[in-house]
Ligand binder design. Sequence first.
Ligand code: SF4
Length: 689
Amino acid sequence: ATMREDRISRTKTVCTYCGVGCSFEVWTKDREILKIQPSPEAPVNGISTCIKGKFGWDFVNSKERLTKPLIRKGERFVEATWEEALTLISSKLTGIKEQYGADAMGFISSSKCTNEENYLFQKLARSVYGTNNVDNCSRYCQSPATAGLMRTVGLGGDSGTMEDIAQSDLVFVIGANPAESHPVLATRVKRAHKLHNQTLIVADLRKHELAEMADLFLHPKPSSDIVWLNAVTKYIIEQGWADEDFIRARVNGFEKFVKSLEKFTIDYAVEHTGLTKEQLIELATTISKAKSMCILWAMGVTQHLGGTETSTAISNLLLVTGNYGRPGTGAYPLRGHNNVQGACDFGTMPAWMPGYEPVESDEVRARYEKAWATPLPKKPGLNNHQIVETIHSGKIKGMYLFGEEMGLVDSNINYVHEAFEKLDFFVVQDIFFSKTAQFADVVLPAAPSLEKDGTFTNTERRIQRLYKVFEPLGESKPDWEIFQEVANSLGADWSYSHPSEIMAEAASLAPLFAGVSYERLENWQSQLWPVKKDGTSTPLLYEDQFPFEDGKAKLFPVEWREPYHPGEEYDLHLNNGRMLEHFHEGNLTYQSEGITHKVPEPWLEVSPELAEERGIETGALVRLISPYGKVKLRVWVTDHVKGKELYLPMNTREESEAVNRLTSSYHDFITHTPNYKEMSVRMEVIEKT
Ligand code: SF4
């Protein structure tokens, strides 16, 4: 090798974008990224990546990166030393605790950060500060899926691996758009459909790429999924197509469940969902004939008033048809961010310690109290939604948030911004001066994934290591180091010198990760939880039993409620979600030249019928108005959407375009996930073309 080649480093990392969890090598020279090189050894993606994983890294060296702590002085922010920032944080946080108690703080965690960082953040909130008010962004996405699965099969994660999905006889995708949101997973589904004759069914409001190739595409009325799911389940039972052996041996609550389905006849479903009798019967027949079925779902299911109930109905259907515990079967709630699974797994949830053990359990708390040598609060804390409400009611005075653009991604952001303004003290820790940071009192500069060691857990429950590619830029630091410094400034005595020590501690305390270790995760190796003490992974859940006392799953009756509607004048239904090129709110991908060149701004999808009715064309400028706010947008006329249904990607160049200026504060009844997908608006035309 020449001298020049000697300076090229190759470092393995895990993608920072979606929950598929692709891994690859980053080839670098100094701070320059030369290329992203996938490897056949990568357990999830092999040699594939998508546009974001391949080209979405410019943000790491962006001039916009925060490199020094900032402290608010009136309307301005001034650069400060770490010491000044930490002294201020510790005095303010101590003051809030002394005056109002520990529950006057809210801690918001990040599912873009590592497992170790999430573990440490909840430890900071619980053991150093003394509150369970700690939550993460799964509150905005998959909490309803987790809740629906916990109450039926006992664990909130995907039942198996992507390999299992590829092997399945029937893949059923509900309210998810994997081709754009989970591209490498979608490629596997497409391949299995083509090469192995896998049946594909899609239920969605939009005819997206997988919907186009599906053997059966269903377009039910918005927010009617529980109705058709229950009706099809009932029909399958009535036809004698249920898996009776499986139910007898492995499921509780069948009789009560059958009773609960009484009103969900096929006729009732036709009336309320807009699907035809033929479609519903074809669906029931296809499911019954399949040797194995797995169901994939995402925000199109969860972000509703009845998100948990619909997720439960999906799990009920899988149980009735015996589709758990075998390869090719099971539930696959697709995780959005790279580490949304890990953030939940490692305890940044108000009612759960790491590994999904309840904070209310005396036995669980005693174990942590002994290890951490400090008493822990027993009462479950507040979730993101409740934290915002409690700031408004004056009982929460301070917030510490990292790696989360809550000021854009929470629903009804005008209301959220008002809450931020009421805080006595607000710490925001991020790699950029985010929209949320504008409301902060102190902004701490953090390091992105390429500048830290750690682990991420993908949607399959697969834990993978990422290795540090670069040193943190300027004075920025990995989040775990910052938490350690904040904890110590508050009187703790932490001395972690590497994330491996944090993982070793988590593994020693949470039985779910008993055998997880950095040695077992070297290079391309990975582990899927539950991991036994000897290091054995569990790629497929529920093979022998469900994690309930008697080992049996539970059928859980669910009801349907009419969707929320704010009034006649709001005559259009606005759906929102992701697009392939930009990720979420776009904070990272708008920093990537290649991606922004391709897609410079979001657009509003309008159906040809509606465009004709309103006399508008592609390029028209319109204003959308909901009871909560208004936004101005350019139009794209496309048959992806039908009739009075609109679609808006959630990425935002300008804060004024943010879809969450329109969304309400209504939420799923059980998990408080906002009902982002149940949105009625009206449209005013500003320019016709
Ligand atoms: Fe990254 Fe997801 Fe794309 Fe893989 S599919 S490269 S994990 S964004």
